[in-house]
Design a protein around this ligand. Structure first.
Ligand SMILES: Cc1cc2nc3c(=O)[nH]c(=O)nc-3n(C[C@H](O)[C@H](O)[C@H](O)COP(=O)(O)OP(=O)(O)OC[C@H]3O[C@@H](n4cnc5c(N)ncnc54)[C@H](O)[C@@H]3O)c2cc1C
Length: 426
């Protein structure tokens, strides 16, 4: 089949790779000059099967109210005169229930574990010429400052273990034994304990996307950059072609994997999807040889940051903002991530002068799970989007199950929880 994939972030690239591996004639289109240059560019780096719970939860409305008006709030809401934003917020609010959150954990986990397995299978194929993406297999440690949050998080461990993911609760001393870079935080009494998932990993999503795009091209994918998708040719219940400003590409099937650009493209093809940008910030710090920087990837639950070691750099990401499509860096908010980093790892202050700030827009579905599968009235239109804060973690699994579905094979996990039709209640 001739298949056009719109968007070459981590989701589109992995999809194009899976499809070409199954023998399809794949064209990958992106409006930017290369792969992984938007939201997949400088994310938190975590491949975190242990942290797949949706962000929508009972505590969220109260936190937003408490933080209202604070420029450095970890979660910020900037209301706009935009019906798309209001509708998304309404849907998101209906998901701020413990039962709604719990309902999504096991499906997301199954996709995360499949992603991990699929990354391993792909790595084996490139054994002679490995993908170099600063991968670390040192686990992810969630840090807690309050007994109540540690207790609440620990209550989910048995369920995750039954589904194949082992985690253990650590005392503050065990946390610092595992990760000596936490010495100062431990000494100040700031850490109460942690939950450690040894099998989790971290790595640079942009490096992975750009290198996998090269490998996919070697297998035959036509990767066209500077190609903004502007519309579709349709006939009956089929899409027949994909327009960019300069060309039209024939298509037997089309995959929309354009991150926060997907809702607009889907709308052009007659499908509405509840995906909206959730802006976040990251910073990348150089690691000086003398500084004790962490090796274990970490999530600080109170400071709302994630930390990943990427070779000789430290990546820290945080904050969430529902404020539209503007990805401009607002220095006060970017600085708040740096302040949180130095609060947890005071030794990183010496790297402050070399910091690189970045902001990106998470393509967030209102219920915290991606949308995978056929959508809308065109039978050959497929979606791979809405991965929110988990796009790097879920990319390889999402791509492989979607490729199975398009190929007419049996996806390796049940895709019902990811079907667009789950949103039909609003
Ligand atoms: C601060 C931050 C920290 C994060 N940390 C983590 C983490 O630690 N772990 C994790 O798993 N996830 C993390 N994420 C989430 C993850 O980065 C995203 O879910 C993922 O990058 C989304 O990938 P994507 O391919 O869907 O979108 P993108 O990477 O944005 O790719 C979409 C592509 O589509 C292209 N495009 C858009 N419209 C069009 C069009 N009309 N025509 C052609 N091309 C188009 C864009 O140019 C872009 O290249 C984080 C995100 C942020 C912002």
């Amino acid at each position: 089949m001739k298949i056009v994939v719109a968007g070459a972030g981590i989701i589109g690239v992995t999809t194009a790779y899976e499809l070409v591996e199954r023998g399809h004639q794949v064209t990958l289109l992106d409006s930017r000059s290369g792969a992984g240059l938007e939201t997949s560019f400088a994310n938190g780096g975590q491949l975190s099967a242990s942290e797949v719970a949706p962000w929508a939860g009972p505590e969220v409305p109260w936190l937003v109210l408490r933080w209202l008006g604070r420029a450095d709030a970890p979660f910020r809401l900037k209301l706009r005169a935009d019906p798309e934003q209001w509708l998304w917020l309404l849907r998101f609010l209906t998901r701020c229930r413990a039962s709604a959150r719990a309902e999504r954990v096991l499906p997301n986990l199954s996709l995360a574990l499949l992603s991990r397995a699929r990354m391993d299978e792909i790595a084996e194929k490139f054994d002679n010429d490995p993908l170099e993406f600063d991968e670390k297999r040192a686990g992810i440690l969630q840090l807690f400052h309050h007994a109540a949050s540690l207790k609440a998080a620990s209550s989910g461990i048995a369920r995750m273990s039954d589904a194949g993911l082992e985690q253990k609760v650590l005392t503050a001393r065990e946390c610092v034994e595992l990760e000596p870079a936490l010495g100062a935080a431990f000494a100040s009494g700031a850490i109460l304990g942690g939950i450690y998932c040894e099998s989790d990993r971290s790595g640079d999503a942009h490096k992975y996307a750009s290198q996998l795009a090269d490998r996919a091209q070697r297998l035959g994918v036509a990767f066209v950059t500077g190609a903004e998708v502007t519309g579709f040719d349709t006939q009956g219940d089929q899409i027949k072609g994909v327009h960019t400003r300069a060309w039209t590409f024939d298509a037997d099937a089309v995959v929309l994997a354009a991150g926060v650009g997907t809702p607009r493209l889907a709308k052009m093809a007659g499908a509405r999807i509840p995906v909206y940008p959730l802006k976040g910030y990251s910073l990348t710090l150089p690691i000086d040889g003398d500084v004790l920087a962490p090796n274990v990837s970490m999530t600080d639950e109170a400071r709302k940051i994630v930390v990943s070691r990427l070779g000789d750099r430290l990546r820290v990401a945080g904050t969430a903002e529902v404020s539209g499509y503007d990805a401009e860096i607002e220095m006060r908010r970017a600085r708040s991530v740096l302040d949180a980093t130095i609060g947890l790892l005071p030794q990183m202050k010496s790297a402050e002068n070399g910091v690189e700030y970045w902001s990106g827009l998470r393509p967030m579905s209102s219920d915290g799970s991606p949308i995978l599968g056929q959508a809308g009235r065109y039978r050959n239109l497929f979606l791979n989007t809405g991965h929110g804060s988990l796009g790097w973690t879920l990319a390889s699994g999402s791509a492989s199950v979607l490729a199975d579905l398009i190929d007419g094979g049996m996806p390796r996990i049940n895709l019902t929880p990811f079907d667009i039709r789950r949103f039909s209640f609003i």
